[in-house]
Design a protein around this ligand. Structure first.
Ligand SMILES: [Zn+2]
Length: 262
């Protein structure tokens, strides 16, 4: 992003500098080492422009990453290399966030040299997914729930589409390797899963059913499965005669969606 800022150093890295930065990143053997390699190599070459050394900086003389800038395409290329390396250790997602804090700023320079090819895929060859038998039942139940919504509300109905799309999205996330290559899936409710990943991140895929509102004008009651009406908030207005119009029938499968919670 172009900013009206005066940087201490604002320049494109040379192809040779980019190559040496990538080599250091690809020699790292953990996510923290990758971040260290980026900081060390990028700022060593930028400070050299000023005749300074990275060793001259420390707790008493802080280096401010935002005081330096490199072309945006080079910034992206370095981040891609770091993320590809981190994928080997299941840290692809977290490293992307960390880099934002430690990398220099950017400026527009579409002509700056960038690596000729994208970084190699360094993920492990296999994703070992351990699914408890109770979790296997939840997965079957979730698919069945989507089928029931299709039967009740119609295939392609909003209820069917929204539930199915959200389930597919979350199930794909479980199979993806963004959080490492060793994943354990367990049950967390009739239609919900708990996922423990090699990166340390634990997340839930929870089914939230759409509250059954009363659709009558001016009424803000929620209707439970047994027909009991309760106010959506204290003093919520209600149908004066108590004859509510539930948004979907009491015996219908619950419309709703699966969402990600970490
Ligand atoms: Zn009502």
């Amino acid at each position: 992003m172009a900013q009206a800022t005066t940087y201490r150093v604002q320049r494109a890295l040379t192809s040779a500098e980019l190559t040496s930065i990538a080599a250091a990143i690809n020699a790292a053997t953990s996510s923290p080492e990758i971040v260290g390699a980026v900081v060390t190599t990028v700022f060593t070459v930028l400070l050299r422009t000023l005749g300074e050394r990275l060793e001259d900086y420390g707790p008493d003389h802080r280096l401010v990453p935002g005081s330096y800038a490199i072309p945006a395409p080079q910034w992206s290329a370095i981040a891609e290399t770091a993320m590809a390396r981190a994928a080997r250790f299941g840290g692809r997602m977290s490293i992307a966030l960390e880099l934002v804090d430690v990398m220099p700023g950017t400026y527009d320079d579409p002509s700056a040299p960038v690596p000729e090819s994208p970084p190699a895929d360094q993920r492990p060859y296999e994703h070992v997914l351990t699914v408890s038998r109770e979790a296997a039942d939840v997965i079957a139940a979730a698919s069945r729930h989507c089928d029931e919504l299709a039967r009740y509300f119609g295939a392609g109905s909003r209820e069917h589409r929204e539930a199915t799309a959200s389930w597919q999205r979350q199930l794909s996330r479980v199979f993806a390797m963004d959080f490492g290559s060793q994943t354990q899936v367990s049950r967390d409710g009739d239609l919900s899963l708990l996922v423990r990943t090699a990166s340390g991140l634990v997340y839930g895929i929870f089914f939230h059913h759409t509250p059954r509102r009363c659709t009558a004008d001016g009424c803000s009651m929620l209707i439970d499965d047994d027909g009991t009406a309760r106010p959506a908030w204290a003093d919520a207005p209600a149908c004066p005669d108590g004859q509510h119009a539930p948004a979907y029938p009491l015996d219908a499968p619950h419309p709703g969606t699966w969402t990600f919670h970490s």
